[in-house]
Design a protein around this ligand. Structure first.
Ligand SMILES: NC(=O)c1ccc[n+]([C@@H]2O[C@H](COP(=O)([O-])OP(=O)(O)OC[C@H]3O[C@@H](n4cnc5c(N)ncnc54)[C@H](OP(=O)(O)O)[C@@H]3O)[C@@H](O)[C@H]2O)c1
Length: 307
């Protein structure tokens, strides 16, 4: 049993000392653990793969285990990044997507609520239809694939069950990870192997360096933000242009990258929003740490390549 006294600050709010991070073995979760260390007592959680030596195993779809772990650890705050993030798998294995992204999130949200812990829920630009782009927090979500449906329902669960919450929507995460590829690392690996790659030119997002988002998340915790915010990179860009910038930043051969239209993407099972880029003005006004442009993000990624 873990015990500790709960401290409150002068305004009666609970001071955040202990943070649980779900999905700590994933790209964003691993960066959050790194960004929070030193300032907080961080307890990483994983499901199937341990990345951090002090990580505890928890399958968030298991209700009893989730409640019992939260009651035992008593975090002041949980950053909930765990999700089924494979968009095509969510489309074909709908029961898995619902179980993880909706029921799992409900378990985490309810467990937080029972111990009066704050929750930071990581959501996605894929809650939007993708016809408009540069979506603000005021725009109405209308997901066009099952992943987006489940993540939006996750948001609803958090709103319904928790008084003290932040929902942060982000877009196309990139950065280094020990074993999991993301768009940027896939482009780098493919071009290093001199493979030709076809990338859609009519699909726009606001790609987000995971390290930058992790720092933004920690600042939202420090400043005790509440409610819904868009927290992605600072620049709307097509996948094709993003791939070209990756090649340029890593001194790789741009001519291996061929632009194609979404209609010719035979490998996608799920529909993708054409332009789900996010407007981050709301959060930018409140934080010192700013969302990075693509060249800043890629520069930082390159500099940390051998760390
Ligand atoms: N990736 C993107 O481009 C993107 C874009 C927008 C929003 N987001 C959101 O950002 C968050 C983080 O994404 P990411 O790309 O960093 O994730 P990721 O690398 O795919 O990692 C997913 C994490 O979720 C954990 N997980 C999956 N099922 C679980 C379960 N049943 N119980 C407990 N943990 C479980 C995994 O644990 P194990 O590996 O240990 O099994 C892993 O740590 C997600 O909520 C995602 O929806 C991502």
């Amino acid at each position: 049993m873990v015990t500790r006294s709960t401290e409150t600050n002068i305004s009666g709010e609970r001071e955040v000392g202990r943070i649980l991070v779900t999905g700590a073995s994933g790209l964003l979760g691993s960066r959050i653990v790194k960004a929070a260390k030193g300032n907080y007592e961080v307890i990483p959680l994983h499901n199937t793969k341990r990345l951090h030596p002090n990580s505890l195993k928890l399958d968030i779809t298991r209700r009893k285990e989730t409640f019992s772990l939260f009651k035992n650890i008593k975090p002041d705050l949980t950053i909930h990044t765990a999700a089924e993030t494979n968009v095509d798998k969510c489309e074909t294995r709908r029961e898995v997507a619902w179980k993880t992204n909706v029921k799992g999130t409900r378990n985490v949200a309810k467990a937080c609520s029972e111990i009066s812990a704050k929750i930071v829920y990581i959501s996605t630009d894929y809650v939007f239809k993708g016809e408009k782009g540069l979506y603000t927090e005021e725009d109405k979500p209308s997901p066009i694939n099952y992943y987006g449906i489940t993540k939006l329902e996750g948001e609803n669960q958090v709103r319904k069950l928790c008084k003290n919450y932040v929902i942060l929507r982000t877009s196309v995460l990139y950065g280094w990870h020990s074993w999991k590829q993301n768009f940027a690392t896939w482009v780098i690996d493919s071009l290093k192997q001199k493979k030709k790659i076809s990338i859609v030119q009519d699909h726009f997002n606001t790609p987000t360096l995971a390290d930058n988002l992790a720092e933004i998340i920690i600042e939202t915790v420090k400043r005790n933000l509440q409610g819904l915010y868009h927290a992605s990179g600072n620049q709307r860009i097509s996948r094709y242009e993003f791939a070209q910038q990756i090649a340029e930043a890593f001194d790789l051969n741009q001519s291996l990258i061929k632009p194609i239209k979404t209609n010719n993407m035979t490998s996608w099972t799920a529909k993708r929003p054409k332009d789900s880029s996010l407007d981050t003005n709301k959060i930018k006004k409140l934080l010192d740490i700013k969302p990075l442009d693509i060249n800043e993000g890629l520069k930082r990624m390159k500099e940390s390549a051998h760390l």
